[in-house]
Design a protein around this ligand. Structure first.
Ligand code: PEP
Ligand code: MN
Length: 348
């Protein structure tokens, strides 16, 4: 249910509505739009007559029920875009936020070199997997906590916040001690115990779309996190499984404007997993910005042919810097802005 205040409603009247909801044991989520304030009601089992009761309160224009079954994630619940603050970076606003780094944290040298290079090229957030979900149990599984330590060191040296994946509910607190954003991987989109666990913490979560996840299932997965208490959720389109074999996955760029229509949550595009080929990353990254993605997740490796995971889809340092330049030039005609400073020369 949402309560739409009249355009002349006073702050005290908004407070009055919130207090009345609290008396019913319900919470309120306030969206202050340019025109009017909308209050989303949080909680279950409210009395049948609640809409009529709320409509009688001063300053209330009308009350409507949310039609979508993913309520908190829906744009009906919150008409204005959610903006998530990660350190100095704002995700979900006008600026395109680039998160870049290796698929896996492999060594101190590798992660530090990548972090410094992506920072110099103008990335805003460092990515890197310490716990890796690999198709084969014989493939490199990640460095675990040692990898988290290396990410922390890279973050300290560059000032870049970190995004890294958490694979298991039991690791959420550990990963949250290091990460600025916790990533839920595609294979875990419907791991409900994990979603509920990251719903308990107070750190932003990036929820990747499952390999065969519909947009509806994906938004319901976001709802699991939000209904557990964590509203700092962003979504990531990373390609879906189709009949096409020329690419590793089919990056569904139409999902970006669809999500923006259905939800207020920020939407990120991952052209690395979305294509599986380094030479497709640039065109699809540019396209993702053009269709309205709030951010990009890009895999970068100092030597992609030696990478322990996802080398074929990783950009080398020079290609990443070039991608950032291209994004900045295309941003202008699209009336977008790429977050962070333009490329600096790296001082050895
Ligand atoms: C990753 O980001 O390295 C990753 C494993 O992604 P996904 O879950 O999309 O496969
Ligand atoms: Mn990867």
């Amino acid at each position: 249910m949402i309560i739409v205040m009249s355009s002349q409603a006073q702050e005290a009247q908004v407070d009055g509505v919130v207090r009345r909801l609290e008396e019913f044991g319900l919470g309120a989520h306030i969206s202050g739009g340019a025109e009017r304030t909308v209050i989303g009601v949080i909680g279950v089992g409210f009395p049948q007559e609640l809409p009529e009761l709320m409509e009688m309160l001063p300053g209330v224009d009308h009350v409507t029920r949310i039609t979508k079954s993913y309520k908190l994630a829906s744009r009906e619940f919150r008409p204005t875009d959610t903006v998530i603050q990660v350190g100095a970076v704002r995700i979900g606003g006008d600026e395109l936020v680039v998160m870049a780094g290796p698929c896996s944290v492999e060594s101190r040298e590798q992660v530090l070199a990548t972090a410094k290079a992506v920072k110099a090229a103008g990335a805003s957030i460092l990515r890197g997997g310490a716990f890796k979900p690999r198709t084969s149990p014989y493939s490199f599984q990640g460095l675990g906590q040692d990898g988290l330590e290396l990410l922390a060191e890279a973050s300290e040296q560059t000032g870049l916040p970190i995004i890294t994946e958490v694979l298991e509910p039991g690791d959420v607190d550990l990963v949250a001690r290091y990460a600025d954003v916790l990533q839920i991987g595609a294979r875990n989109m419907q791991n409900f115990p994990l979603l509920k666990e990251v719903g308990r913490i107070e750190k932003p979560v990036m929820l990747k779309r499952g390999l065969a996840g519909t947009i509806d299932e994906w938004l319901h997965a976001a709802e699991y996190i939000m209904s557990s208490g964590n509203f700092q959720v962003m979504l990531c389109e990373r390609g879906i499984r189709t009949f096409e074999t020329a690419v590793r996955n089919t990056l569904d760029l139409s999902a970006v404007p669809v999500i923006r229509r259905l939800s207020h949550l920020p939407i990120i595009a991952d052209p690395s997993h979305g294509t599986g080929k380094w030479y497709l990353v640039r065109p699809m990254a540019l396209a993702a910005m053009a269709v309205g993605a709030h951010g990009l997740l890009v895999e970068v490796h100092p030597s992609p042919d030696h990478a322990l995971s996802d080398g074929p889809q990783s950009l080398n340092l020079e290609n990443f810097a070039e991608l950032m330049d291209r994004l900045r030039s295309l941003a202008e005609p699209l009336q977008r802005v790429v977050a962070g400073p333009a490329r600096q020369t790296v001082v050895a």
